[in-house]
Design a protein around this ligand. Structure first.
Ligand SMILES: *[C@@H]1O[C@H](CO)[C@@H](O)[C@H](O)[C@H]1NC(C)=O
Ligand SMILES: *[C@@H]1O[C@H](CO)[C@@H](O)[C@H](O)[C@H]1NC(C)=O
Ligand SMILES: [Zn+2]
Length: 329
């Protein structure tokens, strides 16, 4: 069994369950928790959390916790958030059940509350039930009397994992050049680069265009109904592979998942190695966004990969685009 895989196809999951003598893929989830824990990256706590979930399309997804030395603890990513991000990145519309190595914290219970029909999500904690047979319990037993999307949003608003269209666009490249008066903001490194790395400039320009497009798509798919400030990040590694992450808001605000965290989780889930292999990153968010990711994103990117290029690109929303919910006060 490939222990570094973060996604198993439905047929892979079925044959793995069979080969382990398990009666169903649901039984496979707790069996994969420990291998998942080995993939976690918690250099501060050294507390490895693994979460393994079953998607409605039969695929099995892995989530692990991430911690970032040199930054506040609130920049950490929990395994459950990583798991949902992994489903989002792979276009899986629904999480049916998950097994996790330790009880989900309050923030993660709240984060799960962003899903459609959250109370039916089945959760098994492997550390509490090492020998029992599938004691899954619904989220409603972990989070009774919840506060969630429907306290703030219309019933039709898309929820986490559902398709989003934030109707975002960028000004054309031509306008973009004309408007270069601090827009997009150039990273501090840019000027040095222009002086010292002329040969690389063309490639840099191509990479910027690619990352801008990818980050725009990530922002277009961002779940930000509470602030109306979607954002997305795309990162490129030294082999030119691109990974992207969308900002995800929680109705309770603090459990939200930032776009850099989402992109780093996608990077790890996609087989990325050390963060220092990330050579360029782009953030797309709305100009003048009331909830802006720029400063935090720059800090996080520079901390995990100090030599990384970082571009901030401002986007615009079409009239009929994403607005704050009218119920929101
Ligand atoms: C995270 O913690 C730092 C320092 O403790 C604080 O300045 C920052 O506002 C916090 N960010 C979030 C998103 O809570
Ligand atoms: C935004 O998402 C919608 C729906 O998936 C898609 O039709 C549209 O082309 C996307 N726009 C951008 C800029 O990615
Ligand atoms: Zn948590």
């Amino acid at each position: 069994m490939d222990r570094t895989k973060f996604v198993l196809s439905a047929s892979e999951a079925e044959s793995m369950a069979q080969s382990l003598g398990l009666p169903s893929v649901l039984h496979l989830l707790p069996a994969l928790v420990q291998p998942a824990q080995n993939l976690a990256r918690p250099p501060i706590s050294n507390y490895h959390v693994g979460a393994v979930g079953l998607g409605s399309d039969g695929r099995v997804f892995v989530g692990v916790n991430l911690e970032f030395p040199g930054l506040p603890l609130n920049q950490s990513v929990h395994a459950e958030q990583f798991l949902l991000n992994n489903l989002a990145v792979h276009g899986c519309p629904r999480l049916l059940a998950l097994a996790v190595s330790a009880a989900p914290c309050g923030h993660c219970r709240q984060f799960f509350q962003e899903l459609r029909q959250p109370s039916s999500l089945q959760i098994l904690i492997t550390s509490e039930h090492p020998h029992q047979n599938l004691p899954f319990k619904p989220l409603s037993e972990f989070l009774s009397n919840p506060f969630g999307p429907f306290d703030l949003l219309d019933k039709e608003s898309p929820l986490l994992l559902e398709p989003h269209n934030n109707n975002l666009y960028l000004k054309s490249q031509k306008n973009h050049e004309n408007l270069r008066n601090g827009y997009p903001k150039k990273s501090d490194l840019d000027e040095n680069l222009e002086n010292s790395r002329n040969g690389f400039c063309e490639e840099l320009g191509k990479n910027e265009a690619l990352l801008r497009k990818e980050a725009l798509e990530a922002a277009n798919n961002s779940h930000a109904p509470y602030s109306g400030c979607p954002s997305g990040v795309a990162v490129m590694d030294c082999e030119g592979k691109v990974y992207r992450g969308s900002y995800v808001e929680s109705a309770a605000y603090n459990p939200s998942l930032g776009p850099v965290q989402a992109a780093l989780a996608a990077y790890i889930a996609g087989g990325g190695g050390g963060y220092e292999k990330i050579v360029a990153a782009a953030l797309v968010e709305k100009e003048g966004a009331e909830v802006s990711q720029e400063d935090t994103a720059r800090l996080l990117i520079k901390k995990v990969s100090p030599k990384c290029e970082f571009w901030v690109i401002h986007c615009f929303a079409n009239e009929n685009g994403y607005k704050k919910s009218s119920n929101f006060v």
